[in-house]
Design a binder for this molecule. Structure first.
Ligand code: PLP
Length: 305
């Protein structure tokens, strides 16, 4: 067992809209698990790291874009739990606050062309096949072990909810939730909000990790991607600002902003029955905001004296 376990708290979200619709909405603060090994990235790494340690591996090798929350989580977790870390970073060599943090945690960064990045197994084999210590960790922590870690989000809950929502990138978090739901039983409906365009692929991703029965039981809301991965617009940016200013809880436009926007929009459209309870999973990833000062640096309400 890794010496690190944290049950994230659940907090109510008291917005007039929810009161008006007679629904109770709460948010599970997985963003509070750790500032850098944040949210679902800790959940997804937990059993991956345990397996690596049990195999005697001391060097984690993974993959991601320059803003990858997964790479930052792995860099910090590697430093904390005694692994060397290397990342293949997609695209030309650049510097940004996320990669600086990865470097500070001792991660070695190796930039690779988009073409070469496509075949991750080949990259790993070319560079680390002869390194007995090297352990392959898939992009985003996507794996069955990752899903197993995410089951614990559900296991930690102390009450049942009519609906549970999470944002989806690879679908690993939703797969974990659906495995836990299948194990616990109960009436909870699980929902995913894909942050990429064409998000129906998440069904197949969940099916391949947790089986078709689990995949058939989820509902995907595929119209909240705002143009695609990491795309945003003024409405979403304003929503993110208003949410943060009214709750003291930070969200960001790439994942949790789209999740929260979707739940607000569904509530406004009377998607939920009065009396129902809804839980949102805050999957963390707030360091992405460090690259968004253009959107958020100059607030409309700034006072210039
Ligand atoms: C990576 C990430 C996700 C996507 O999770 P999947 O398990 O890949 O679907 C969601 N939210 C945040 C904040 C993330 O960093």
């Amino acid at each position: 067992m890794l010496p690190f376990d944290f049950h994230s708290p659940v907090e109510p979200l008291d917005f007039p809209l929810f009161k008006e619709k007679g629904i109770k909405v709460a948010i599970k603060r997985d963003d509070m698990i750790h500032p850098f090994i944040s949210g679902n990235k800790w959940r997804k790494l937990k059993y991956v790291l345990q397996t690596a340690a049990s195999l005697g591996k001391e060097h984690l090798v993974s993959f991601g874009g320059a803003w990858s929350n997964h790479l930052l989580a792995m860099a910090c977790a590697g430093a904390k739990f005694g692994f060397r870390t290397t990342a293949f970073v997609r695209g030309e060599a650049i510097s940004n606050p996320n990669l600086s943090l990865c470097s500070l945690f001792g991660m070695q960064l190796r930039f690779v062309s988009r073409a070469a990045y496509k075949d991750k197994t080949l990259l790993f084999d070319q560079h680390y096949r002869r390194d007995e210590q090297a352990y392959f960790v898939d992009e985003g922590g996507c794996s069955l072990e990752g899903a197993r870690g995410c089951m614990e989000i559900f296991d930690e809950l102390t009450q049942s909810y009519d609906h549970i929502f999470c944002a989806c990138g690879t679908g690993t978090t939703l797969a974990g939730l659906s495995m836990a739901k299948a194990a616990h039983g109960g009436p909870t409906q699980l929902h995913g909000v894909p942050v990429l365009a064409g998000g129906t692929f998440i069904k197949d991703a969940v099916a391949s990790l947790s089986g078709t029965a689990c995949a058939d039981a989820i509902i995907l809301h595929t119209d909240y991607h705002f143009g695609g991965y990491a795309k945003t617009d003024p409405a979403l940016n304003t929503f993110v600002k208003t949410f943060a200013a009214q709750t003291g809880i930070l969200i960001e436009p790439v994942y949790t902003g789209k999740l929260c926007y979707a739940v607000f929009d569904l509530a406004a459209r009377d998607y939920f029955q009065p009396g129902q309870s809804i839980l949102l999973i805050h999957t963390g990833g707030l360091t992405g905001l460090l690259g968004m000062h253009e959107q958020f640096g100059l607030p409309q309400n700034a006072n210039v004296l």
